[in-house]
Ligand binder design. Structure first.
Ligand code: SF4
Length: 415
């Protein structure tokens, strides 16, 4: 029997450099944790990381750790540990996996980085509820368990238009964090340092946007699955020179690909948009499945969530408040629909995949008729797959495969 040739997925050369800076970041945190040389803040992924860096903290992001638990397929083993202490299997599986792993004294960091034995010990926990309430509950658990101060920002939700009063209320909350954080870090707040960090974060964000926008090329030089890996520096190193240098390198590789007509998925035939969380434990499987169907899932709301075009270094607090409130996840369905329509158009996609992640209603936008409304308005068909970001017990691989194959067939027939 003739062996079916698997379509090539082009590996990005820049990955090596990304791994290097991510490793430097994790060892830096570990060093600070072991020596106490630099204070450590834990921060939510779209929390005020720039303020923390400007105050001299090293910053750890528990959601990044949750995603590592997911992508190493360790999460499912630890979720029951958190369930056993009263955290429901229906709530965020980043939270339950992370808390469960902590209770068991296990971290994927130890496997990836020799000598790292645990997550870095926090001196303070800082959240922003702009994405969900779960982050506050998650950090509150650690605050009680580790007897560490917790503080944060309580954000509006379902925002249609971001107004000056939204911005002012968030900016004031951020300013109020400065005093207590400065006391913990032992470093006086320096406005020039804040502006410097924010300028780096803005550049990082602009470059990250340019990286993601390369997917508009036909064929696309990048996939959504690449994006979920290469967004690492935009999440954990924004506000640093390393992240800026890294995205310059990645962007130049992608531009070279475009110049030479190199496709991320060989013989790209269909182009899809991904709406919702990735399935971390199935990144590779999904990437292969789509590539075999000569389909590139090339853009997503998820990876775009670390684009903060509102950052203005000369007006740090107001612009951070605006950027962290303009996020997709904070917005009304009306805004979200307009946004997705714009993306679908820009990236020239043939269809949309909605991931209904059981434990993250906040990032599942298919529960109130949005797919149907967008399809009606644009004629772009969609498929909803049911699963989860981390809890593999909530995923049926067979069902997902069958549904995706049928969806591509439908696209083929409609062409
Ligand atoms: S947005 Fe979803 S995945 Fe992220 S922390 Fe909140 S519930 Fe968890």
């Amino acid at each position: 029997m003739e062996e079916k040739k698997k379509p090539a997925r082009k590996k990005l050369e820049s990955t090596r450099e990304m791994n290097r800076i991510m490793s430097e970041y994790f060892y830096g945190l570990d060093q600070a944790s072991k020596t106490g040389g630099q204070k450590i803040a834990w921060c939510t992924s779209v929390g005020p990381a720039e303020l923390l860096r400007a105050l001299g903290f090293q910053v750890h992001f528990p959601e990044n750790h949750g995603a590592m638990l997911g992508s190493t397929r360790m999460a499912t083993d630890f979720i029951p540990e958190a369930n056993a202490i009263g955290y429901s299997p229906d709530i965020c599986s980043y939270l339950t996996a992370d808390v469960g792993a902590f209770l068991k004294g296990v971290t994927p960091l130890s496997k990836a980085y020799q000598g790292i034995e645990g997550v870095p010990k926090p001196d303070v926990l800082v959240f922003n509820t702009n994405q969900c309430r779960d982050v506050q509950d998650w950090f509150s658990w650690y605050a009680r368990r580790l007897q560490v101060p917790i503080m944060g920002i309580t954000t509006h939700c379902g925002v249609n238009e971001v107004t000056e009063s939204h911005v002012a209320s968030i900016a004031r909350q951020m300013e109020e964090l400065v005093g207590p954080l400065s006391e913990i870090s032992g470093k006086k707040f320096d406005l020039d340092e804040m502006k410097r960090v924010l300028a780096l974060s803005r550049t990082c964000s602009d470059l990250w946007k340019e990286v993601l926008d390369t997917a508009a090329a036909v064929p696309s030089p990048i996939t959504f699955f690449d994006g979920t890996i290469h967004m690492g520096p935009a999440v954990v190193l924004r506000g640093t020179q390393q992240a800026v240098d890294y995205y310059r390198l990645l962007l130049s590789e992608l531009r070279d690909r475009i110049k030479n007509g190199v496709a991320a998925v060989e013989n790209e035939r269909f182009r899809l948009y991904w709406e919702g969380m990735p399935v971390w434990g199935r990144l590779n499987a999904h990437s292969n499945l789509f590539a075999e169907l000569r389909t590139n899932v090339l853009a997503s709301t998820y990876c775009n969530s670390w684009i903060f075009t509102a950052f203005e270094p000369e007006d740090p607090f107001n612009s951070m408040a605006r950027a962290y409130t303009e996020l997709f996840i904070v917005r009304s369905d009306h805004y979200k629909e307009m946004y997705i329509k714009k993306m679908v158009d820009f990236f020239k996609v043939d269809g949309i995949i909605y991931h209904d992640a059981k434990t993250c209603p906040n990032n599942s936008n298919c529960r109130y008729g949005m797919p149907q409304r967008i399809e009606e308005a644009t004629g772009i068909p969609s498929l909803t797959i049911h699963g989860d970001l981390n809890d593999l017990r909530l995923i049926s691989d067979e069902q997902t495969k069958t549904n995706i194959e049928a969806f591509i067939e439908q696209l083929e027939e409609n062409r």
